[in-house]
Design a protein around this ligand. Structure first.
Ligand code: DC
Length: 202
């Protein structure tokens, strides 16, 4: 039987950690859909056309080592505005969402476009300043040379692009449960998400 948990929200709100924890807790498969856009972005940086890159995407491309860099994040955000790229990635995401045993998908448009019929929809958010600080700590821990101001500017620019694009803009589904993690530590945020899923899972 399928059971889909859709987790959407802006970058660095805690979606990834929450999604992995929910998947573990309820024994569901997990897909970080941002990786699909990042893998397409990485291929575009290597010179491929966006549509061609999206149509040719293979599971192995999601394992590339450079997908977490800011350059690839920026490229991902640019290819994500293209309807032909989004369309090429839709079937894979829908099939994953409906796999037997259930799945958690995290992204920007899972509850609104990919899986409007998901059994649980969460919209995980936090203030731009809190998200930029978290991203700054992650990037510096990974050895990347970035400044706080630079990371905040990137977060705001990506939010703007993700929310204002006409193809599947970032917004909560009407029936999503909104979880603002600005004032929550990760344990509290995970506990709130797990409680929401448990209430639907029965
Ligand atoms: O979540 P992330 O930072 O890995 O996402 C990278 C980019 O891909 C981000 O700018 C938004 C875009 N994206 C999207 O448009 N739709 C999704 N379902 C997931 C990510």
């Amino acid at each position: 039987m399928s059971f889909t948990v859709a987790i959407d929200g802006p970058a660095a709100a805690g979606k990834g950690t929450i999604s992995r924890a929910v998947a573990n807790r309820f024994d569901l498969a997990h897909l970080d859909t941002g990786l699909l856009y990042r893998a397409v972005g990485a291929k575009v940086l290597e010179g491929m056309q966006p549509r061609e890159a999206a149509e040719a995407l293979q599971a192995a491309d999601l394992e590339a080592g450079n997908l977490r860099t800011s350059a690839v994040a920026e490229a991902a955000s640019r290819v994500a505005v293209l309807p032909e790229v989004r369309a090429a990635l839709t079937d894979f995401q829908r099939a994953f969402a409906r796999r037997a045993g259930g799945a958690v998908l995290d992204g920007r448009d899972i509850g609104t476009v990919i899986c409007p019929e998901a059994e649980v929809k969460l919209f995980v958010t936090a203030s731009p300043e809190v998200r930029a600080e978290r991203r700054f700590l992650e990037l510096t821990a990974a050895g990347q040379e970035v400044t706080r101001a630079g990371v905040l500017a990137d977060v705001k620019a990506r939010d703007e692009r993700d929310s204002s694009r006409s193809a599947a803009p970032l917004r909560p589904a009407e029936d999503a449960v909104v979880l603002d993690t600005s004032e929550l530590d990760i344990e509290a945020a995970v506990a709130a998400a797990v409680a929401t899923v448990a209430a639907r899972r029965g």
